[in-house]
Design a protein around this ligand. Structure first.
Ligand SMILES: NC(=O)c1ccc[n+]([C@@H]2O[C@H](COP(=O)([O-])OP(=O)(O)OC[C@H]3O[C@@H](n4cnc5c(N)ncnc54)[C@H](OP(=O)(O)O)[C@@H]3O)[C@@H](O)[C@H]2O)c1
Length: 350
C-alpha cells in the first residue's frame, strides 16, 4: 500500500461516533483521508475531525471505494448487512456492534490483552468487544497473565450512554421531569413523574437503579449478562471459565463501573495484585481508601484507562480478589479500543 491508509468511520454521527472523532483528533495521526459515513438522514452534515470540517456521506457500496480500514459504529443490523459488503471490497472492518463478536472466524480484540489475534481475520472483519466487557477486561487480563483466572463474578453499574444517544437523551429528560420534586418517599412516585418517557430502559433510570440491560435470554438472564460472560471467555482464551454476571443500569451519563470477584489458581496477595495493576498498560490503580481514594465514574469519564480500586483479598478465600473498576464506556469501552485495533491494522498494512 502506498501512503497513509484511508479510513472510513461508519456511524460518525452517533454517541460512539462523536467520541471517535475526538479520539482521531487527539491520537498520533496514522491516517490519510478520513471519510465520514452515516444514514441518509445525516448525509450532507458537516462534522469536525482533526480540525477540519468533513461532510458526512450516506452509507452505500460506493462509499467504500478506495477505503483501507472502516470502523463501524452502527446498530447490529446495519453492521450485519454492510460489514461483509465492505470486506468484499478488500476493506478491513473493525466492527463495534454485536453482529460478529462470537463468530469463530472473527477475532475479538483488546490490544492490551490479545493483540496477536488481530492478524487472523478470515472474514476481513475484526470485532470490538461490548462496552461492559471492555470496561474491566484490561485489568483482568493483567491479573490473569500473572495468577491464572479460575472464576469471575461481576456486577455492573452501567451508564445510560451504553444505550447510545437515546439513553443520554432519556436520562436528561427524566432528570428535568423529576427536578425540584420531593420524590423517593412512596412506591411508584418516580414512575408517575416520568410517565412513559422511559426511552430504551424498562423503568425510570433517574433517581433509580434498574437491574436490567439488554433483552431476555433463557432462564432469566439478560443478553448483556450473557455477552459479558461469552466475550470474557473468548478474549481471555478460557472457553470454560465460570462467569456469573448481573447487569444494572444507574443514572450516570458515561462510564461503566463494576464490582468484580475474581478467583485464581493459587494464593494471591493485595500487594502483588496492586503491583500488577499499577504497572499494567491501560490501567490506573487508584486505591487508598484511608485517603478517600477510590475510582468513581466522575473521575474516570473522558479518560482512556481502566481505573481500579478497593483491591481486597476475599476474606474467606486466599485465592480470590475483590475489585471496583471504572471505565469510560464510550472511550475504552467503544471508540478508543476500536481506534487501537484500527491502528494495529494500519501498522500491518504499511
Ligand atoms: N454506546 C456505547 O457505550 C457502546 C459501546 C460499545 C459498542 N457500542 C455499539 O456501537 C454501535 C453504535 O452505538 P451508539 O451508541 O453510537 O449508537 P447511536 O448513538 O444510536 O448511533 C448510531 C449511529 O449509526 C448510524 N446509523 C443508524 N442506522 C443506520 C443506517 N441504516 N445506515 C447507516 N448508518 C446508520 C446513525 O446515523 P444517523 O445519525 O444518520 O442516524 C449513527 O451514526 C452499536 O452497535 C452499539 O451497540 C456502543
Amino acid at each position: 500500500m502506498k501512503g497513509r491508509p484511508t479510513l472510513a468511520v461508519v456511524g460518525a454521527t452517533g454517541a460512539v461516533g462523536a467520541v471517535m472523532l475526538q479520539i482521531l483528533s487527539q491520537r498520533a495521526d496514522v491516517w490519510g483521508e478520513i471519510r465520514l459515513i452515516a444514514s441518509p438522514r445525516s448525509a450532507g452534515r458537516k462534522l469536525s475531525v482533526r480540525g477540519e470540517e468533513v461532510e458526512v456521506a450516506a452509507l452505500d457500496e460506493a462509499a467504500f471505494d478506495g477505503v483501507d480500514v472502516a470502523m463501524f459504529d452502527v446498530p447490529d443490523d446495519v453492521s450485519a448487512r454492510w460489514a461483509p459488503v465492505a470486506a468484499a471490497k478488500g476493506v478491513v472492518v473493525v466492527d463495534n456492534s454485536a453482529a460478529f463478536r462470537m463468530d469463530p472466524d472473527v477475532p475479538l480484540v483488546v490490544p492490551e490483552v490479545n493483540a496477536h489475534t488481530v492478524r487472523n481475520r478470515p472474514r476481513g472483519i475484526v470485532a470490538n468487544p461490548n462496552c461492559t466487557t471492555l470496561s474491566m477486561i484490561v485489568a483482568l487480563g493483567a491479573l490473569h497473565a500473572e495468577y491464572g483466572l479460575r472464576e469471575l463474578v461481576v456486577s455492573s453499574y452501567q451508564a445510560v450512554s451504553g444505550s447510545g444517544r437515546a439513553g443520554i437523551d432519556t436520562l436528561r429528560e427524566q432528570l428535568s421531569l423529576v427536578a425540584g420534586t420531593e420524590l423517593g418517599t412512596g412506591p411508584g412516585d418516580v414512575r408517575r413523574a416520568v410517565g412513559d418517557r422511559t426511552g430504551p430502559f424498562p423503568e425510570p433510570v433517574a433517581l433509580n437503579v434498574v437491574p436490567w440491560a439488554g433483552s431476555l435470554r433463557e432462564d432469566g438472564w439478560s443478553s448483556e449478562e450473557m455477552t459479558v460472560r461469552d466475550e470474557s471467555r473468548k478474549i481471555l482464551g478460557l472457553p470454560q471459565l465460570p462467569v456469573a454476571v448481573t447487569c444494572v443500569r444507574v443514572p450516570v451519563v458515561t462510564t461503566h463501573s463494576m464490582t468484580v470477584h475474581a478467583r485464581f489458581q493459587g494464593e494471591v496477595t493485595v500487594d502483588g495484585a496492586q503491583e500488577i495493576l499499577a504497572t499494567a498498560p491501560g490501567v490506573v490503580l487508584f486505591d487508598n481508601p484511608a485517603a478517600g481514594e477510590f475510582p468513581t465514574p466522575a473521575d474516570a469519564v473522558g479518560t482512556d484507562p481502566t481505573w481500579v480500586g478497593r483491591v481486597r483479598r476475599t476474606l474467606d478465600d486466599p485465592t480470590a480478589l475483590e475489585l471496583f473498576v471504572c471505565g469510560d464506556n464510550l472511550r475504552k469501552g467503544a471508540a478508543l479500543n476500536t481506534a487501537q485495533i484500527a491502528e494495529l491494522v494500519a501498522e500491518e498494512l504499511a
